[in-house]
Write a protein that binds this ligand. Structure first.
Ligand SMILES: [Zn+2]
Ligand SMILES: [Zn+2]
Length: 344
């Protein structure tokens, strides 16, 4: 089968011919229809500090997909050939404390599709039955292949109450933009979105932001929220200025959800002044809750297909993946969807 792989420890990804994988007794073999290129795949392409420390080439990349079940293992009960499915790319160990208490999204021994194990940038992918998600017929392939980032956005928004509250969202990449739409539909009051790029600020408005700002400025946000700051900060950028600036914009007693990952790990924060004395509640967000987040995503997408469409800026046949990564690097593309169907 054709696959997009990281062949060796160096910059780039390549098309290669790989053997079609086999489903074990508890596994599901999926014929891939569409995949999303994620920021993670871009990091793997660029072979940055994170990916070169984590990835062991050769590896098939990719973790965002939708496809049709081709074959199931003998022990599989809930899925059958022909079902249209996506899947949770974080495969928990199943036996640690977190996994056994409904928190497998933070399993310390997690295997991630396209990072630790063979991914979905291929004509076929194998996943355990427990990670398979049957897609509602009302949700089209372009949306279904993006359950993963949409779920990141959903998890971040739903980590605290947002209905009737004033939100500050820093970072309007794919996930930040999806979070704006989710918060809008979920009943948020005022939504203030922050991004330095004018294109992203325009998209933020399309997704339902009331105000867009170039940076998280304390005085402006306090004025806009008329409550001495935002009730909730959703930090999606990982940029140190956005994190610290964002915290300054949150009112006493507010909630903060942090999803964005800082490039060099450590961010100096005025802890006492901006968190302790203000009595903030901080939520670290990793992956998607299995499977609360997935059910949430399904119900939102069934009623609001428009929550994803505006962030898809490119659709390409899979063999043109490099064009998509280039556009992401240049900042001209938000989400890129690759088509793996025969006619592509
Ligand atoms: Zn992703
Ligand atoms: Zn575990």
């Amino acid at each position: 089968m054709q696959a997009i792989i990281k062949p060796r420890a160096a910059v780039g990804l390549e098309l290669a011919d790989k053997p079609k994988p086999k489903a074990g007794p508890g596994d599901v073999l999926v014929k891939v229809s569409k995949t999303g290129i994620c920021g993670t795949d871009r990091h793997i392409y660029e072979w940055d500090a994170w990916s070169s420390g984590r990835i062991k080439p050769p590896l098939i990349a990719g973790h965002e997909f939708v496809g049709i079940v081709e074959e199931v293992g003998v022990a599989v009960k809930s899925v059958k050939p022909g079902d249209r499915v996506s899947g949770e790319g974080h495969i928990g160990c199943g036996s640690c404390f977190c996994c056994r208490t409904g928190q497998s999204h933070i399993c310390a021994k997690v295997d991630i599709l396209g990072v630790d194990i063979s991914g979905c940038f291929a004509e076929y992918v194998v996943l355990p039955e427990t990670n398979i998600w049957k897609v509602d017929p009302a949700i089209c392939d372009d949306q279904a292949c993006l359950f993963d980032p949409f779920g990141n956005a959903m998890h971040t928004v739903m980590a605290q109450p947002i209905s009737g509250r004033q939100l500050l969202i820093t970072g309007c990449g794919t996930i930040g933009l999806m979070a704006i739409g989710i918060a809008r539909v979920g009943g948020a009051d005022r939504i203030i979105a922050v991004d330095p790029a004018p294109v992203k600020r325009e998209l933020a408005k399309t997704m339902g932001a009331d105000e867009v700002l170039e940076k998280a400025d304390e005085a402006t946000v306090k004025k806009l929220t008329d409550r001495d700051g935002a009730d909730v900060l959703l930090e999606m950028s990982g940029h140190p200025h956005a994190i610290v600036g964002g915290l300054r914009c949150v009112r006493n007693g507010g909630d903060v959800s942090l999803l964005g990952i800082p490039a060099d790990g450590e961010v100096p924060i005025p802890l006492a002044e901006q968190i302790i004395f203000k009595g903030l509640t901080i939520h670290g967000i990793n992956g998607r809750r299995m499977f609360d987040t997935w059910y949430h995503c399904e119900s939102f997408l069934r009623r609001h297909p428009d929550l994803i469409e505006p962030v898809i800026s490119m659709r390409l046949p899979y063999h043109q993946f490099e064009k998509g990564i280039k556009a992401m690097q240049e900042g001209t593309a938000c989400k890129v969807v690759l088509n793996w169907n025969d006619e592509a």
